[in-house]
Design a protein. Structure first.
Length: 278
């Protein structure tokens, strides 16, 4: 019997793999340069209280327009940062920028918090809480109660006792903690009690499926559960007035999405917000 030939990589597949690796290396190099030279832009997307129409929180988001690469999508450069060991300096950059912007934020919205996204990699570091506390002290200790840490379900892949210790230490300093994109990946009701969360941000996939009666029941139950346990529920990804009206009828009060405001530079955000009715 003839021996089967050994499998070989398709030349086009090998070329694509090499090209992807080259792109990742170039993005990592330029990202390191941008971090060192303050080349990243911070924009803010508000969370709005439907009853008062007031801003309750501003989520700090990173945008990047590179001189050589042009615009680089957050999904791409954040993935590169995680793969190439740049996620910690990127997180520190965003924290420092948010703290620097907070005094201007509070002049316009005195009760608002600014939320900074934190990766599981950052939270797993033994010195994470200490470094955050040091950054707050260097800026102004009074800003702690206006700062929020947003974590994603990726934290459940890391050392939970360490993550829990960090989050609790930050809450004791006055920070609040939110779990982002709730309902996807590892995040579920069964995990809510494992870490000290103040806010639950319901993933946009629920909004996109609001015509499904089961999804409606889930959203209504989440709103009731959050209220029962004195947690804040924020629904992400609201893009139409129909979705907004539907969420209000289900008992949801806090929302975020393009219908209300796209992410924008702080100076470009209006003081008050309005939206079309369904």
């Amino acid at each position: 019997m003839l021996e089967a030939p050994s499998p070989t990589m398709n030349p086009s597949t090998e070329f694509d793999s090499t090209r992807a690796e080259t792109r990742q290396m170039r993005v990592a190099h330029r990202l390191a340069h941008a971090l060192a030279h303050h080349g990243l832009q911070v924009v803010y997307q508000p969370e709005i209280d439907l009853q008062t129409r007031q801003v309750v929180s501003l989520e700090a988001l990173c945008r990047w327009q590179d001189e050589e690469l042009g615009p680089v999508a957050p999904d791409e450069f954040i993935a590169v940062a995680e793969a190439r060991g740049l996620i910690v300096p990127l997180g520190e950059y965003m924290l420092e920028r948010a703290l620097a912007d907070l005094p201007a934020v509070l002049q316009r919205w005195p009760q608002v918090r600014v939320a900074v996204n934190v990766s599981g990699v950052e939270l797993a570091r033994p010195d994470f809480a200490v470094r955050v506390a040091a950054a707050i002290r260097a800026a102004d200790p009074a800003l702690a109660r206006h700062l929020e840490i947003e974590v994603t379900e990726s934290v459940f892949h890391h050392d939970l006792p360490t993550v829990r210790q960090h989050l609790q230490a930050l809450r004791e300093q006055g920070l609040t903690v939110a779990i982002d994109d709730f309902g996807t990946g590892q995040s579920s009701l069964a995990r809510l009690h494992t870490l000290p969360f103040d806010k639950i941000k319901l993933d946009r996939s629920f909004v996109q499926a609001l015509d499904n009666p089961m999804v409606q029941a889930i959203v209504r139950a989440m709103a009731q559960l959050a209220e029962a346990f004195s947690r804040t529920l924020v629904v992400e990804g609201v893009e139409t007035s129909a979705q907004l009206g539907h969420l209000a009828s289900l008992g949801c009060r806090m929302v975020q999405g393009y219908l209300l405001s796209r992410p924008a530079a702080l100076a470009d955000l209006p003081d008050t917000f309005s939206w079309p009715q369904a």
